[in-house]
Design a protein around this ligand. Sequence first.
Ligand SMILES: Cc1cc2nc3c(=O)[nH]c(=O)nc-3n(C[C@H](O)[C@H](O)[C@H](O)COP(=O)(O)OP(=O)(O)OC[C@H]3O[C@@H](n4cnc5c(N)ncnc54)[C@H](O)[C@@H]3O)c2cc1C
Length: 556
Amino acid sequence: MIGVPFPHASSGTAGCVLANRLSADPAKTVLLVERGPSADTWVSRIPLFSMNFLASYSPSWKHTTVEEKELGRPLELYTGSALGGSSRINICLYTRGLPAEYDALSAAGRQGWAWNDVLPYFVASEKSDVVDSPDIHGSQGIMLPLRRLCQSSTSAQENGEIERSAVSPTLLIRRPGFPYIADLNSAQEPSIGCARLDHTVDDHDHRHSTFRAFLPKDLALQRKANLHICTNKIVQKLDIRTDSDGRKVTQGIHLASRNGNLQRNVRASREVIICGGPFGSPKVLMLSGIGPAKHLKDMRIPVIKNLPAVGSNLQDHVMVDTAWRIPLKDSFSVYLVRPWLFILAVIQHLLFGPGFLLGAMTQLSLLASSASLDKTGRPLREKPTSTSPLPDLEILPGTHLPNEEFDKKAPFASRLPIQRLYPAILTNPTDYSQLRACIRLTLQLASQMCTGHAYPLDPLAIPADSSDTAIDAHIRQRADTSYHYSSTCRMAPENDPAGGGVVDDQLRVHGVDRLRIADSSIFPWLLGTHLQAPAVMVVEKCADMILKENRVRDGQ
Ligand SMILES: Cc1cc2nc3c(=O)[nH]c(=O)nc-3n(C[C@H](O)[C@H](O)[C@H](O)COP(=O)(O)OP(=O)(O)OC[C@H]3O[C@@H](n4cnc5c(N)ncnc54)[C@H](O)[C@@H]3O)c2cc1C
C-alpha cells in the first residue's frame, strides 16, 4: 500500500495534463496509472506513421460494437492505450469548437462552463505560433504548441479555388457561400466556411501528444519524488467504504499488472480522479459498483451507488466517406510507385527535419450548415450572415493511400470524408437528411473541381446517382465512427431528464465522495467538434478546481 494524496487512474490525453498540473506542488504526491506502455519511439513521433492505428506497432485498443441495426454490421471503435492515450494515435487536429457549444452547456445549467469561463483553460495549455491576440491564443502555455502546417500560397487561399498544399497533396476547394476562416479557433471568425486546421505538433513538426507535451522526461525526472508513473497497470476498481451515516467515500484504487502477477491497493489521502476516456472511465465505475443497478446485479457486482447514466448515452460523430482517384503526382501513392522518392523523403527528414513524413493528412476543413444548402447541395446565400444556422456538417478533404478495397479498382485514391457533427447515428430521419445534404455538397465540390478547374477526379466510392435512395444506400454502406466518443459519464444532475448524470459541475461523481472524472466522457452531449482540445480544457479546469479547493482546505 502506498500513501498518496491523488491516485489518478489512467494517463490518457486528459490524464497526462492533470498529472502535470497536480504534481507542480512538490508537497502533493500524485500516482498516475496507465494500462498501456510509454511506447516513446521515433515512429510514435512521426505523424504519418503514428496515425496508422491499425499498424501492429500502434498503441491502439479496439472495441467492437454489437451489430448496428441501421448498418447491418458492427463498428470498430479505436482508442489509444499508452501514456497520452488517444493523443498518441489521433490525427493531431486541434479544434476548440464554437463558443455557442459551451454557452449551451451554461444554458443547460452547467455553472462555470460557458465560453468565457472555459476560454482561459484553452489558452492555458497553448503555446501557439499563430498568436494574434493573447486573449484568444496562448503563447506562454508550457506545453501544447500548435502549428498550421500549411501557411503557403495566401493568394490561392484568397482567390483560387483549388490549391495543392506544400506539405501533402491536399486539395482546398473554395466557392461562394464559404468564406475563408483565417483562424478556426477564434470566436471572432465566421462559423461557416473553409479553414486551415491547427495541429498539435512541436517545433520540429513531430507529434506533440499530451504525453510528450505535459510529461516530458526531464519533467518526470525532476518531479520523481512526488510524481509516480505506473505503466502497463490496470485500475481494476475503486476501493469505496460506507460510513456509519451511509456516506460512500473513495479510499483508493485496486491496481494490477496486465499479466495479473502484481496486485496492489493504493490509498488516496485526498481523492481519486479517473481519466480513463469514454470507455475506460465508466468501466472502472461499474466494476466498482457505481452504475445502473440492474446491469450491475446481472453482472453480480455489489451495487454501491445506482447511477443509471454510467456508460449510457454513448455519442459519436458519424463519418461517411466518398472517394475519387486523383493524379499520381498529388497522391501519397507516388511513394509506393516511386520508392526512391520515399527514400529521398526519409533522408530529407533525417537531415533537415520536416517533409512529407510530418505532413498530417488532413489540413483543411469545410464547415457547412445543412439548413443553408439547397436541394442540390449549393449554399443558399452568397455569404453567411450573423443569423445563419450553426454548422452541423464538416468536410475534411484528405489524400489516403489506397487500401485493399480501392486497390482492386484503382491504385491512387483520394477520399473526402464527411462528418455529421451532431449525435445519434442514423436513428431518426433528420440524420439522413443532414448527411444527404453533406454528400450533395461534396458532389457539387467535386463536380466544380472537374468542370470549373479541369481537375481530373475519377469516382471510386460515391452514390450511384443523386437520388435520396442512392445516397441513403451509400450512407449505410460507408457510415463509420469518427472516433469522437463522448457522454458516457455525463456532467448533469443525477436525475437529468435528458439521460441522467454521473458528475456534477465540479466533475465530482454523484453520491460518492472524493471521486472525480475528468476526460472526454463528461460532456452532457457530444460537442460539434474534434474532442482533443476540449478534453485538455476539461482537465485544465479540473486541476484548477482541485488546486483551489486544496488551498482553501490547507488554509493558504
Ligand atoms: C484514431 C483517432 C483519431 C482522432 N483524431 C482526432 C483529432 O485529430 N483531433 C481531435 O481533436 N480529436 C481526435 N480524436 C479524438 C480525441 O483524440 C479523443 O477524444 C481524446 O484524445 C480523448 O481523450 P481522453 O483523455 O478522454 O481519453 P484517452 O486519450 O483515450 O485516454 C484514456 C486512457 O485511459 C487508459 N485506461 C482506460 N482504462 C484504464 C484502466 N482501467 N486502467 C488504466 N488505464 C486505463 C487508456 O489506456 C488510455 O490511455 C481522435 C481519436 C482517435 C481514436
